[in-house]
Design a protein around this ligand. Structure first.
Ligand code: ATP
Length: 737
């Protein structure tokens, strides 16, 4: 199993030195002080020995080549042990070779490596214990330490025995389990503390989340309420506005119309040409009538005067007429008149001659008349008759005029009556119109107020629209975008406006409640979920920890049982071998290992039940050695001779290594105190042991050397450096001396 030992800079081995162990037993020989024990110590060192004392040093520096006159000191001591792992004596390492290396530096720093990978000391120890190479060094018996096990106290002895029995691996496992258990319990405490710590936080977050959910519920409610409310309100406002605008247009049109009508009427009213015409007509008819009447009155008066004058003239003419001449003349004239009248009815050409004849006759009469009436008395008559004639003519003329005037008066009257009638008719018309104007004014006022009302309504609606926009913004802020995601309506529901007002109130109420509850933010939920997840994780972890704690406790218990069992069995086996080897060495007698008597006084009591502590004490009881030499009554180890002591300890060491053979056993001059006979027996045992463990014996003993397959000679020159060489048996005997 042991293949090689490589030493460099360690103690006297300044140069790299390699020892091959291809034989079951290897002997290292050489003069005193050449460095043989340093080889054994190199093993100890590489296997992780922590005691400087057992390597004969005070400080780590003492392990490093200190230098000599001819060779400078080293800064590093390194030793590597190479094992054959084909049989997987190190089950954890899947390589055919396992190299365990340790180096130490002048600052005291140690480095360990397994197959070139840096590891901790503990890793080395665990690896070795698995291969039954314990740390108590029962497989390396240093010079003069053969009886170490005899000198050790019971507890140290037990440790050595446990080590030899390969219980260290159980111990390690147990310690590891205990450490794990301790860590697990610490973790449990930590996790529990954490859980206690986060519990109020979770409660707080839970409340927050519930609040958030309540808020969200309210927000959803608000959004739903808003959707209906806004959809209706949007359409309502649009339709109302349309209605109002339409009504306004209608009212405005009517107003314009009635206003135009009124203006037209006013114009007619202020320039009443027709009325004036009527008045003027009446007035002119009246004036005409008056004029004609006055004229007639004047005519009447003139007629009266003429009648009066005619009366006087007539009276006077009667007297004149009585004059005969006047009478003749009149008769002539009358006859002439008739003649003229006759002539005028004749045809035109004849008439001219006849008229000329009549006129000639008339000229004669008139000339005769004037020659007759050349005297005043004649004139007078003529004058009087002339006057009556004239007056008669005048009277006839006036009478004709009067008739004419009478006709004119009648006509004027008719005209006036007509004018009056026309005026009256006109007046009737304008009264009707006045009524209409009043009605129109009323209409105008009505339409004006209608226009004003509709304008006010339009304004109100635009205010409401603005307010709705604000409401929407608020709803969006409080209820989220959902509050505004609704399908626009095309038709208003058949319902009372009050219903919509109720909706508005409901929306406002919900807004207030959403505000009251408040958000808190989405992150609360994630925080809560995280916290719950963490709490669940911790709970699971606690469960896992509890499970692993149970497992570990079980494991520890199992390991304890195993330990106890293996120990008892091992002890029995060691004892069997021990007595055998002892008898072999001493030619009889007996020896055995006994557990310390730690019987508790209470145990005498039948009802005694040992407590945990005393159980533990019993389990850890130390080991005593009892020997019985043949033919001697020696009880105490102290009473044995040096050689006897050496034999006893060798017997024990061999017995121990038989039960659980270590891969190798190093015996540094264990045979020093033996006489020839015992040296032979020792040699026999070495051969026996070499069947199970590789043996490396450092010896000056010829008998021992003779049993080794390989012999190494160690020498030290003037330079203080140990040198190694393979030697033949005869050379070895020489070298050793
Ligand atoms: P013996 O047969 O007397 O037991 P040995 O062959 O076992 O002797 P060791 O005890 O192995 O000899 O070697 C001791 C030698 O090693 C001494 O000469 C000592 O000076 C030398 N030595 C020990 N430590 C160092 C060191 N750090 N540097 C150099 N030499 C050292």
């Amino acid at each position: 199993m042991l293949k090689r030992l490589e030493i460099a800079g360690f103690k006297s081995f300044a140069r790299k030195t390699v020892l091959d162990f291809s034989s079951a037993a290897t002997a290292i020989v050489g003069p005193n002080g050449s460095g043989k024990s340093n080889v054994a110590e190199a093993f100890r060192f590489a296997l992780g020995e922590q005691s400087m004392k057992s390597m004969r040093g005070k400080r780590s520096e003492d392990l490093i080549w200190a230098g000599s006159n001819s060779m400078a000191r080293s800064n590093r001591a390194a030793v590597a042990i190479v094992f054959d792992n084909k049989k997987r004596i190190f089950p954890k390492i899947d390589f055919d070779e396992v190299t365990i290396e340790r180096a130490v530096f002048r600052d005291g720093q140690s480095e360990y490596a397994i197959n070139g990978t840096k590891v901790r000391l503990r890793d080395v120890q665990e690896l070795l214990s698995a291969a039954n190479i314990g740390e108590t060094g029962h497989h390396i018996i240093s010079q003069g330490e053969a009886d170490r096990i005899l000198l050790a106290n019971p507890r140290e002895r037990r440790a050595m025995l446990e080590d030899a029995l390969g219980l260290k691996i159980f111990e390690f496992k147990k310690q590891e389990a205990e450490r794990k258990l301790e860590r697990t319990e610490e973790n449990v405490a930590q996790v529990e503390a954490l859980r206690r710590e986060i519990a109020p936080h979770i409660r707080f977050l839970k409340k927050q989340v519930e609040r958030l959910e309540r808020a969200e519920e309210l927000m959803r409610e608000l959004a739903t309420a808003c959707q209906t409310y806004f959809a209706i309100e949007d359409l309502y406002l649009v339709e109302e506005k349309k209605k109002a605008e339409k009504a306004k247009v209608v009212a405005s049109e009517r107003l314009a119309q009635v206003t135009a009508e009124l203006v037209a009427f006013d114009e007619r009213n202020t320039n009443d040409v027709e009325g004036m015409k009527h008045a003027e007509g009446i007035r002119s008819a009246e004036r005409e009538l008056e004029r004609v009447m006055q004229e007639r009155a004047a005519l009447s008066r003139e007629l009266g005067r003429i009648e009066g004058a005619l009366d006087g003239a007539k009276k006077r003419s009667v007297q004149v007429a009585r004059d005969p001449y006047v009478k003749v003349s009149r008769d002539d004239l009358s006859a002439l008149m008739d003649e003229v009248s006759k002539q005028t009815e004749l045809p035109d050409t004849a008439a001219v001659e006849a008229v000329r004849a009549a006129l000639t006759s008339l000229k004669g009469i008139v000339t005769a008349f004037f020659s007759r009436f050349a005297s005043p008395s004649d004139d007078y008559l003529a004058e009087e008759e002339n006057t009556v004639f004239t007056l008669e003519n005048e009277k006839a003329s006036l009478a004709g005029k009067d008739t004419e005037l009478e006709q004119q008066i009648d006509a004027a009257r008719v005209k006036l009556t007509k004018a009056r009638e026309a005026s009256m008719a006109y007046d009737e018309t304008s009264r009707e119109q006045r009524h209409r104007v009043l009605a129109m004014a009323e209409t105008k006022a009505h339409e004006e107020s209608a226009v004003t009302r509709e304008e006010a309504r339009i304004h109100e609606l635009s205010m409401l629209t603005e307010e709705l926009t604000r409401e929407k913004a608020e709803a969006m802020a409080l209820g989220g975008a959902a509050a505004l995601s609704y399908v626009p309506l095309t038709e208003l529901p058949q319902e009372d406006r009050k219903t919509q007002e109720d909706r508005k109130r409901q929306v406002e109420r919900l807004k207030i409640r959403v505000e009251e509850v408040g958000g808190g933010g989405e992150e609360v939920r994630t925080e809560y979920q995280d916290a719950v997840a963490r709490e669940e994780f911790l709970a699971r972890e606690l469960e896992d920890l509890a499970t692993s704690a149970v497992g570990l406790r079980e494991l520890i218990k199992e390991l304890d049982t195993e330990l106890q069992k293996t120990f008892s069995e091992g002890l029995a086996k060691v004892n069997a071998s021990f007595t055998e080897f002892f008898a072999l060495m001493f030619g009889g007698g007996n020896a055995k290992l006994v557990l310390e008597d730690i019987t508790m006084p209470e145990e005498e009591d039948e009802e005694y039940v040992p407590d945990e502590e005393s159980k533990l004490k019993r389990a850890r009881a130390g080991i005593e050695i009892s020997v019985g030499l043949p033919k001697k009554r020696v009880q105490s180890l102290m009473q044995l001779s040096g050689g006897e002591r050496a034999l006893t300890s060798i017997a024990l060491i061999f017995a121990m290594s038989q039960v659980n053979p270590p891969p190798f056993l190093i015996l540094d001059e264990t045979d020093a105190a033996l006489d020839e006979a015992n040296s032979r027996r020792y040699g026999d045992m070495i051969e026996e042991l070499a069947k199970k463990s590789q043996l490396i014996v450092i010896s000056h003993n010829r008998e021992t050397m003779s049993r080794a397959g390989i012999l190494y000679g160690v020498t030290m020159g003037a330079d203080g450096v140990s040198k190694l060489l393979s030697v033949k048996f005869e050379e070895a005997v020489t070298v050793a001396k």
